[in-house]
Ligand binder design. Sequence first.
Ligand code: ZN
Length: 154
Amino acid sequence: MISPMGGLDGLDDLYEAIILDHYHNPRNKNFIKDPDFDEEINNPFCGDELRIQAKIIDDKVKEISVSGRGCAISQASASLLAEYAEGKKINEIFHAVDIVRSMLKGEEISEEDRDNIKDIDALQGVRKFPIRIKCALLGWTGFYDLVNANRGYS
Ligand code: ZN
């Protein structure tokens, strides 16, 4: 039987459930009107593709859309970003990007940060699969780069 996780057997059951849920039911994937940016990014190592759109008002993400195709980890991680970012301030989201990066590097994260990111901590299971770390980071670092590249949005 082929694993729906594409060779990620051994992921903690709870993490796997969260990741599969986001993969099968991606959040905030519908395109938005008049986004401040609308860009496609990709991870050539795995073939993952994402399209990220966002409308940002007063340094807050009013609307975000993330859609794409690729492996389960890339798409689930992007969906976690889309869910987390909506309604949040840019600096809060950037802090979450740092937490995701640290988690995937295997660094300790504080109790407070862990509470703050909730389901996103499912991504820490990915560090057991180094080849998938770029997949897990794609949406987060992509969002970070796109916001910085489009700072003139408001
Ligand atoms: Zn991938």
